[in-house]
Design a protein around this ligand. Structure first.
Ligand code: RP5
Length: 167
């Protein structure tokens, strides 16, 4: 999946199409912030050469941050990080084992020298927001949109009367 009008700035990759329901939440959040992105299913185990080609071509095509989601023996984010010095954000996909504890530990326990910024299990929206914050360092218009997002989030809580139980 790719935004047809502008070059993608965030490259999203996951180990299988079965991860799409989780990873599409990153696409949705990036869309709200008007950040072009592209989403691919490329298994680090089943198609490593295709993954290497995708990572190698990414910077040239305009990608500045990767988001990589995988479940179980979730090596994909770490392998992406091994092949680039662009920031890599890892999304552990929920599984039957401890709700995705296997995915979380596979992604978060990177060896020193090759970092992956790991979000919560299924934390697809936060992965998108973290990518947006990285891009916003050098994009004042995006910074303004992110601040507006935060303000709207806070206002929605303040204005929602069902958050209080007053008798
Ligand atoms: C991982 O194995 C994928 O990221 C997915 O979460 C999990 C299961 O993959 P499929 O069996 O659905 O292809 O590589």
């Amino acid at each position: 999946m790719a935004d047809g009008t502008q070059a993608a700035r965030v490259g999203i990759v996951c180990g299988s199409r079965s991860d799409f329901p989780v990873m599409e939440k990153t696409v949705e959040m990036l869309g709200k912030l008007q950040i072009p992105c592209e989403l691919h299913a490329i298994s680090a185990h089943r198609a490593p050469e295709l993954l290497f080609r995708f990572v190698a071509g990414a910077e040239e095509s305009g990608i500045r941050v990767f988001i990589a989601g995988a479940g179980g023996a979730a090596h994909l984010p770490g392998v992406v990080a091994a092949k680039t010095i662009l920031p890599v954000i890892g999304v552990p996909i929920p599984t039957q084992i401890g709700g995705g504890l296997d995915s979380l530990l596979s992604i978060v326990q990177m060896p020193k020298g090759i970092p992956v910024a790991t979000v919560a299990v299924g934390g697809a929206e936060n992965a998108a927001l973290l990518a947006a914050e990285i891009l916003a360092i050098s994009d004042p218009a995006l910074r303004t949109r992110l601040l507006a997002f935060r303000e709207a989030q806070t206002r929605a809580i303040e204005e929602d009367e069902s958050n209080s139980n007053l008798r």
